[in-house]
Design a protein. Structure first.
Length: 118
């Protein structure tokens, strides 16, 4: 099993920035990819970004490309999501995820609220 603990959500104004962190523990050697998903009220959970744990290649949803940056610190077993130029439509609960596949969904964090005011 892998445990994921997120931190860093909160309130930001439109155009502002927030940084999310996700620390992994447990059987981290089973992780090939880590990523972020989000779920806005009344909507389905959607993919935001993912990173290959070894190698560092990244992929982003079109809606966040150029504004969000995913990164990881292998030594700390931690991934990050730097969110810049935030928009009100970025308001959602953000979930950290990890797994073997390129769309990592084997393990989930508890979620952290991000609210962007206009």
């Amino acid at each position: 099993q892998v445990q994921l603990v997120e931190s860093g959500g909160g309130l930001a104004q439109a155009g502002g920035s927030l940084r999310l962190s996700c620390a992994a523990s447990g059987r981290t050697f089973t992780i090939n990819y880590m990523g972020w998903f989000r779920q806005a009220p009344g909507k389905e959970r959607e993919f935001v970004a993912r990173i290959r744990w070894f190698g560092g290649s990244t992929s982003y949803a079109d809606s966040v490309k150029g504004r969000f940056t995913i990164s990881r610190d292998v030594a700390k077993n931690t991934e990050y999501l730097q969110m810049n130029s935030l928009k009100p439509e970025d308001t959602a609960v953000y979930y950290c995820a990890a797994g073997r596949g390129a769309l990592p969904q084997d393990y989930w964090g508890q979620g952290t609220q991000v609210t962007v005011s206009s």
